[in-house]
Structure formats: C-alpha cells, structure tokens
Design a protein around this ligand. Structure first.
Ligand SMILES: CSCCC(=O)C(=O)COP(=O)(O)O
Ligand SMILES: [Mg+2]
Length: 262
C-alpha cells in the first residue's frame, strides 16, 4: 500500500491540485449521532407501517425481492450469525413480520446492505417532507461547499446511505437546500466502500483522475481503499466518531478548514 499523503500545509495553499472532492456523510459532513439517534430510530418506528402499506404495492415488489434475496444471502453466511430466521415459504403477514424483524436486526448490527439502505431512504422521505426530519450538516462543511463551488471544484457524495437518502439529507438540511453545491451522489450500488475498485469506478464516471480527487471520510478502511485507488485522502475526526486505534499516516482534519479554498 502506498500512502498518497499530501502535506497538510499543501491543503492550505490554493495551489492544491485537486480537481474534485468526494465526501462521506456519517461522521464527516454530518454527526454520527444524527444517523444513530435520529434516522435509525425513525426508521424502526416507521417500518411496520411502511411495510404494511407497501407490501403488495407494485412499486415495492422489486425492492421486496431484493430484501428477501439479501436476507437469504446473509443467513447463509457468517454475517447472519444470530440473525432471525425467515421462512421464504411463508407468506402474507407471517413473512412480512419475519422480514421486519430481520431488517431491524440488520440495523442493530449497523449493516450497510443496499436493500436495507434503499428501504430506509424510502421511509425517511416522508419524515423529511413532513418536516419531522431536518439534517445537521457541519457549518464548516457548508462554507467549504460554497468555496469549492466558487472555485469550480465539483463535489460528490459517496455514502452507505442510498442515493435518494443522500439527496434528501442535503435538500432538507438545517442550512436549507444544499443540493445546489453537489455534482453527484454514489452509494453501495457502485460498490462496497472498503474496496478500491469502487473509488476507481467513481473517478472514471465523473472524469477526475484519482490523484486529483480528494476523499474525506471518518472510516479508516474506506480511507485505505481510496488510497489504494490513488485518491488523495483525509480522515475526518468529528465529535462522537469512533476512535481510530491503528497507525495510518493519513492527514486528520477536525473541520473542513484545512481543505477549503475559502
Ligand atoms: C444518507 S443518510 C443515511 C446514512 C447511512 O445510512 C449510513 O450508513 C451512512 O454511512 P456513511 O457511509 O455515510 O458513513
Ligand atoms: Mg462515515
């Protein structure tokens, strides 16, 4: 592994050559507490009503099959240790109830499975649109987004949350609609966040050389994967983030000040 470390003082200079910025959400642009103490409890409360209302709806059938297939895959492997059983031969209320218990179990393990994340995003939509949910984004992030836009540097999001959930979070932020600052969104449908190939795909899709893309995340395994793909990397250290207990050599930033052109 090579570390594409950019000395912090270079971040401070306006000559820092990045041509694009890729941002994680939880623990980076937004406090982890919003996801664990607000979004996840909201999804747990809303899940039974949402599944009852949509279980047989045409627009839910594709996602329902993805959820069922993902549950079967989880329960067939090591990730399913301790998971509730789901009898695929069951139907109606019995199957729906078993699926709900498994989805809540996945959330209790903070599993980032794409079907779960897609369902969460659908449930959160109602909360954002009726005003119950309002997403915190750090003020230093908003300042940096504005400066990057003024500088012509595109900013993209790469999060385990589904793309619709990402769009909603920045649209319904505590600072108002921040969507105008963002040029694109990527979720785990592009690929796992701990695999280098996912970052290669993102850079290819947006047309930014990996070495000219700055990725910021709170997760060291994501940082290492992006580094392996040749991106510039900074690790976000925000209140409430899990401590990083391994030596890594990446620059650590407590605000976006050091990476903002402002
Ligand atoms: C897009 S808001 C919901 C975020 C979420 O569900 C999640 O797991 C965030 O993970 P991240 O990759 O942004 O750290
Ligand atoms: Mg994160």
């Amino acid at each position: 592994m090579y570390l594409s470390i950019v000395p912090l003082e270079v971040f401070l200079s306006e000559s820092f050559p990045y041509k694009g910025v890729l941002l994680d959400i939880e623990g980076t642009t937004t406090p982890v507490t919003f996801v664990y103490d607000v979004l996840f409890p909201y999804a747990r409360r809303a899940m039974q009503g949402y599944l009852e209302a949509h279980w047989d709806a045409p627009g839910f059938q594709e996602l329902k099959q993805q959820i069922l297939a993902n549950i079967a895959e989880i329960n067939a492997g090591a990730a399913g240790e301790g998971a509730p059983e789901v009898d695929a031969a069951a139907s109606g209320e019995a199957l729906r109830a078993a699926v709900m218990e498994h989805l809540k179990w996945q959330m209790s393990k903070d599993q980032k499975n794409s079907p779960l994340k897609a369902l969460q995003g659908r449930m959160w939509r109602a909360g954002y649109e009726d005003g119950e949910l309002n997403a915190p984004v750090y003020a230093d992030v908003v300042e940096a987004l504005s400066a990057w836009q003024a500088q012509g540097t595109p900013v993209y999001i790469y999060s385990s949350g589904s793309v619709p959930a990402q769009i909603l979070l920045f649209k319904y932020s505590e600072h108002g609609d921040l969507g105008g600052y963002l040029s694109g969104y990527f979720d785990t449908k592009t690929g796992p966040k701990k695999e280098a190939d996912s970052y290669t795909k993102i850079c290819e899709e947006v047309g930014v050389e990996p070495a000219a893309m700055l990725f910021v995340t709170d997760n060291i395994d994501e940082a290492k994967a992006a580094d392996r793909a040749g991106l510039k990397v900074a690790v976000a250290k925000r209140p409430g983030n899990a401590p990083i207990e391994v030596e890594h050599g990446f620059d650590v930033i407590e605000t976006f000040g050091p990476i903002s052109p402002a």
